[in-house]
Ligand binder design. Structure first.
Ligand SMILES: Nc1ncnc2c1ncn2[C@@H]1O[C@H](COP(=O)(O)OP(=O)(O)O)[C@@H](O)[C@H]1O
Ligand SMILES: [Mg+2]
Length: 288
C-alpha cells in the first residue's frame, strides 16, 4: 500500500470570484515508502498547491489525500496528526525564522509535539547534525547567518519533527551552485541514513536528476508525466510540450553527439558526465 496517495484531488483558488483559478485538477498520485520523488514543472503548474495539500494545510475542493490509506480530513485529529507525520518545508523557508536563537527555531516544531525537554533537545541536535549546523551556531540569532545557512536552519526545523514523509518545496531556489550542491547532498545523506520518504519540488531539472528515484512532471494543475529519471528525461519532446527543457548537462552531450562525437546522450547528472568523459578520453588514449 502506498504511504501517501491522492485521489482525484482538485483545488480552486477564489471560487465564486472573478479571480477563480483551477490550481489542481484530478491529481492522482501514489508515493511508496522510501521513495525520493522529484516534482518538476514550470511556474504556476500547481506544485506548491499540491504540496500544501499533502500535510493537510490546505483542504481539497474535491477529492482526497490518503496517508497510510486513511483520509487526512476524516477528522480534526487525523488532520492534526498529518501535520507532524508529513513535514512540509516551504519555498524560501528562511523568511519564517523568527525565534531569538537558532536552537529555539529548530526546537519550535518538536516543542509543539508534547515532547519532554530532553527529547526536544535530542531532536534539535540530531536535526542540526544532518544539516551540518555547528554547535556554535545554536546560540546565535538566525539573522546573523548567511542565506544558505539560514536555509539549512529552516530545513532542520522541519527535520526535527522527524516526519515520516519530508516535503521540500524548491529547497535550493535562489542559492549559488555551491549552496545548492551542499543542500542536495545533505538531503541525500539524510535519506540514506533514515530511509525517509522524500518529495522534492524543483524547477531545476539538474537537481532532480542527481537524486530522484522517480520524477513527476506537473503541467496546468495535473501530473503530465511520471517515470524514472531516465524515462522522463530521455523524452526531450514531451518535456518541451510541458514547458520544460532537458537538464543542462544533457544538452552538452546532445550537442557533442550532433558534432559527431561518439558519446552517450542518456547523461543527466554530473557523475554520469564524468564517467562518460573518462570513458571517451581512455578510448582516445588521452587518459590511461
Ligand atoms: N494564494 C493564491 N491565490 C490565488 N491564486 C493562487 C494562489 N497561489 C497560487 N495561485 C495560482 O494557482 C496556480 C498554481 O500555483 P502554484 O501552486 O504556486 O504553482 P507552482 O508552485 O508550480 O509555481 C497558479 O495559477 C497561481 O497563480
Ligand atoms: Mg511553487
Amino acid at each position: 500500500m502506498p504511504i501517501l496517495e491522492t485521489q482525484n484531488l482538485s483545488y480552486v483558488y477564489g471560487e465564486n470570484t472573478p479571480f477563480r483559478v483551477q490550481a489542481l485538477e484530478n491529481v492522482n498520485l501514489s508515493i511508496e515508502k522510501g521513495e525520493l520523488v522529484g516534482i518538476i514543472g514550470h511556474t504556476g503548474s500547481g506544485k506548491s498547491t499540491l504540496m500544501q495539500h499533502l500535510n493537510g494545510l490546505v483542504k481539497p475542493s474535491s477529492g482526497k489525500v490518503l496517508l497510510d490509506g486513511a483520509d487526512i480530513h476524516a477528522s480534526k485529529a487525523a488532520t492534526y496528526a498529518a501535520r507532524f507525520r508529513v513535514g512540509l518545508c516551504f519555498q524560501y523557508p528562511e523568511y519564517q525564522l523568527f525565534e531569538s536563537t537558532v536552537y529555539r527555531d529548530i526546537a519550535f516544531g518538536p516543542r509543539n509535539m508534547g515532547l519532554s525537554k530532553e527529547q526536544v533537545d535530542e531532536r534539535v541536535r540530531r536535526a542540526a547534525s544532518y544539516l551540518e549546523i555547528r554547535d556554535t551556531w545554536l546560540n546565535k540569532s538566525p539573522f546573523d547567518l548567511s542565506g544558505g545557512e539560514k536555509r539549512r536552519v529552516a530545513i532542520a526545523g522541519v527535520l526535527a519533527m522527524e516526519p515520516e514523509i519530508l516535503i521540500l518545496d524548491e529547497p535550493t531556489a535562489g542559492l549559488d551552485p555551491r549552496g545548492r550542491a551542499q543542500i542536495a547532498s545533505l538531503i541525500e545523506n539524510y535519506r540514506v541514513s533514515t530511509g525517509s520518504t522524500i518529495l522534492i519540488v524543483s524547477h531545476s531539472m539538474d537537481d532532480v536528476a542527481e537524486t530522484a528515484t522517480r520524477v513527476l512532471v506537473m503541467d496546468n494543475g495535473a501530473v503530465a508525466l511520471s517515470g524514472t529519471v531516465d524515462e522522463v528525461f530521455r523524452d526531450a519532446a514531451a518535456l518541451e510540450r510541458h514547458g520544460l527543457d532537458v537538464p543542462q548537462i544533457t544538452r552538452v552531450f546532445l550537442s557533442l553527439r550532433a558534432r559527431g562525437v561518439e558519446v552517450r546522450t542518456d547523461i543527466y547528472t554530473e557523475k554520469q558526465a564524468r564517467r562518460e568523459l573518462i570513458r571517451l578520453f581512455k578510448k582516445r588514449g588521452v587518459l590511461q
